[in-house]
Design a protein around this ligand. Structure first.
Ligand code: PNW
Length: 456
């Protein structure tokens, strides 16, 4: 299994999941602080107050990556560390933390890939302005992004505006299982609309004011599972296609074509907002690469009547799609109950390439959670090794088939705060003891190190 010489290898994290220091050095609260501090939203009422204490252990964590021979690191900036109120006064200590992290990475030959928004909206923006339901928030995001380009853009050459707008919209404003915990069948589409507009405005600003002098790239990261038709019947094939459109094309079609998929327009009616001509123009071609987070696969079939629909797992607002999602009982499951289906990753990469005309794709997250335990100082996570090996094999096949896959970031560097599941789910290639905050490389981390050494 050989990947191209220029292939980008990295690990990924996000601010709220690892930093801790939630009220240190002037950081303002975000909607995730508020969500965790309210009882019964998160498993065992866990919070990100301390998390992996990365805020204080940043240099040690960069050293872990260096030891592994990683070339890149994807992390996110906490908006409320930079602007505690979301706007107005800048918190220079917050700026300094990220500036030092970036310097530390570069000194260790690790390229910083920066996500501007990984779900932690400043609480003030939610309380005072109704968060992403308010279009004005798109301009506040642009101001925050501009400050980041000004302060970090001389050293950061890869920017990701939003991580997984699908999760923000569906889990945050549709199913209510993530912050801000709202339940609605129309708000997700309005939120998604505003995220897309905020993305496009930010890219426009970056291209107009910074890209020429800073020579960086900017894009968006979407998440998508693969949807395999349950049978060969025409209606099930169409159901799988529709499910992919409601999952990925919802956000990717506007970015590549300037419009929503027809299947969504047809089914959602007035619940799907419309872009102005100006917005369409701004959106079309607004990503320099296709950021993809991929974890799992489900079987899709047409739901004959709404009764039949299992609103199961990560189906989104299933009733809008008339799609039933199921699992093949032979598939192995991770601790998240996500099925391990390596070929689904290849099929998704090929589907993206065909629909969006072979864009440069970066897998910005892929990985698996298992109930790892430390035994005599070691974690023998052989299932995770098999997961990486088999998913990477399918990536290599996809590249052979013409897919322009340019990089792979494993989720995650460290065991961390897994949102509503708290610290109960372990995705990291380094085991974290959440009492002592000590990090221990797992067998998978050692395997990845050897694998990287075998690469050109
Ligand atoms: C992603 N789904 O979250 C996030 O980017 C990470 O912060 C997170 O830790 C990781 O994947 C593992 O969960 C997702 O329901 C959460 O489809 C939920 C879904 C997908 C991704």
């Amino acid at each position: 299994m050989k990947f191209p010489k220029a292939f980008i290898w990295g690990t990924a994290t996000s601010a709220y999941q690892i930093e801790g220091a939630w009220n240190t050095d002037g950081r303002g609260p975000s909607i995730w602080d508020a969500f965790c501090h309210e009882p019964n939203n998160v498993y065992n009422n866990h919070t990100g107050n301390i998390a992996c204490d990365h805020y204080n252990k940043m240099k040690q964590d960069v050293a872990l990556m260096k030891t592994m021979g990683l070339k890149a690191y994807r992390f996110s900036i906490s908006w409320s560390r930079i602007f505690p109120q979301g706007q107005g006064e800048i918190n220079e200590k917050g700026v300094q933390f990220y500036s030092e992290l970036i310097d530390e990475l570069i000194q260790n030959d690790i390229e910083p890939w920066v996500t501007l928004y990984h779900w932690d909206l400043p609480l003030a923006i939610h309380n005072e302005l109704n968060g992403w339901l308010n279009k004005e928030v798109t301009d506040l995001f642009v101001k925050y992004a501009k400050l980041c380009f000004e302060r970090f853009g001389n050293r950061v050459k890869h920017w990701i505006t939003f991580n997984e707008p699908w999760v923000v919209s569906i889990l945050g404003y549709g199913q209510g299982v993530f912050a801000p915990g709202k339940i609605s069948n129309s708000e997700p589409y309005l939120v998604g609309h505003h995220l897309l507009i905020a993305h496009a405005k930010t890219v426009k600003l970056y291209r107009n004011l910074f890209q020429k002098s800073q020579q960086g790239k900017i894009g968006i990261t979407n998440n998508c599972d693969w949807r395999e038709p349950l049978t060969n019947k025409k209606e099930d094939k169409e159901a799988a296609q529709r499910a992919l459109e409601f999952f990925l094309s919802w956000f990717a079609d506007p970015v590549y074509f300037g419009s929503y998929p027809q299947s969504m327009v047809d089914r959602l009616g007035a619940r799907l907002p419309e872009f102005t001509i100006e917005e369409r123009k701004m959106l079309r071609g607004s990503s320099d690469f296709f950021g993809l987070n991929h974890y799992t696969t489900m079987l899709a079939s047409e739901a004959k009547d709404l009764e039949q629909i299992s609103v199961y797992g990560n189906g989104g607002l299933s009733e809008d799609q008339n799609v039933n999602l199921t699992l093949d009982p032979s598939w192995e499951l991770t601790a998240m109950k996500w099925a391990v289906v390596p070929w689904g990753c290849r099929k998704l990469l090929e589907w993206i390439s065909n629909r969006y005309d072979f864009p440069d794709i970066i897998i910005t997250e892929n990985g698996c959670a298992y109930d790892d335990v430390l035994e005599n100082g070691e974690v023998h996570d052989i299932k995770r090794i098999a997961f990486f090996k088999n998913y990477l094999e399918e990536c290599a096949i996809a590249i052979n088939n013409g897919v322009q896959l340019k990089g792979y970031f494993c989720w995650s560097l460290l065991d961390n705060f897994e949102w509503a599941s708290g610290y109960s789910k372990r995705f990291g290639i380094h085991y974290v003891n959440f009492e002592t905050l000590e990090r221990t490389p797992k067998a998978s981390s050692k395997w990845l190190k050897l694998f990287l050494e075998s690469q050109p």
